[in-house]
Design a protein. Sequence first.
Length: 376
Amino acid sequence: MKKFILAMCVSMAVVMMFSPAYAMEAGPVHGPGGDEGLAAGALPPQGFYFINDFVMLPSLITHGPIFDYNFNGGPVPTHVGPVKNGEGISNEKLIAVVDAPILLWVPGCKFLGADYGVAVAEPFDYTNLNVQVGGHPFGGQPFGGLLGDTNTFVGGAQMGASNTVFVPYILSWKLPCDWRIKTAFSVVVPDATTSTGNRIRSTDAVTGQAFSNRGNQDGGIYAESGQDYWSFTPEIGISYLHAGWNFSADFFLSFSTKNNDTNYQSGDIFAADYTITYTCGKWTFGLGAYEQNQLNSDSFVQPSGQLGAYGLPGDGLYHSQPGTKLTAYGIGPILGYNFGPCSLMFVYNVPLDSDNLANGESILVRLVVPLGKLGM
């Protein structure tokens, strides 16, 4: 059992913190399915561990406006409506590749009777976003007069560092009858290479206000490397580990601060990852699933006296943005191999349903490398 936990079930809160954008922000803090395959309630034995998660999102297609753009030339994008599978008024295509190196330290000490751990992650990502021009009701601006051309996509690609993630504590309790329970807390720092706060700026010829526009033909459309606001995510994981079986559920609740560059406040998000695996010798087989549900709508405040995206003066008050709640569900197989002491795991997910989220197939390759026993 100890070898099984060490090789395949390194459990933490930072495995996958990048995901495509929803509404007008950088997206859920915990990516869909990021902890599938792990023993959600357990920590490995004392020591340092290097974990590398490589994630490929080859084709995230949405039908309707997930990413919000300012088609009137002002500084603030405007959310133009919700998206349900196959419904909407325009199409978006997103390709993303993420590499998330993680360091986990389990010093061997206890707190409140639980094993203690701490972790840090620094993901890097490549994103390529294209938006269908003619499907938008506002005439295709600012796309160089491509009104009505439903076969034309515009956009751009970029590569950069995403947000640093700190996990100051992970506490795991061993319970009777092979049960484990864990609590953790993660902090996402707004230090990504590109976000709404550090885009290349230009000035609108009509209003004189600055807005994002990195190219005359792309309208400043980029899937940013990360978010430009702080996020805080408490986590609870529970596992039943017996005779090679791993039944686990990991629950997350993410809260975010306001984006001061856009005056936009993202809603709180509940996420969960589920795992059923069986280990036989060096091989692990199983099934994983995930869900994401936004609990409250996003909100936006237009400062008093400042013109909004439609040229209307702001009132300085927060206004809920209807149709901005996201939901996502997915499921897929899990396959792992223990090389001793290193281990490798593959997780493949297909989406079952999604609203207001660029969602699609995903492939996760997780490498776990013990770096030695260093304790307190």
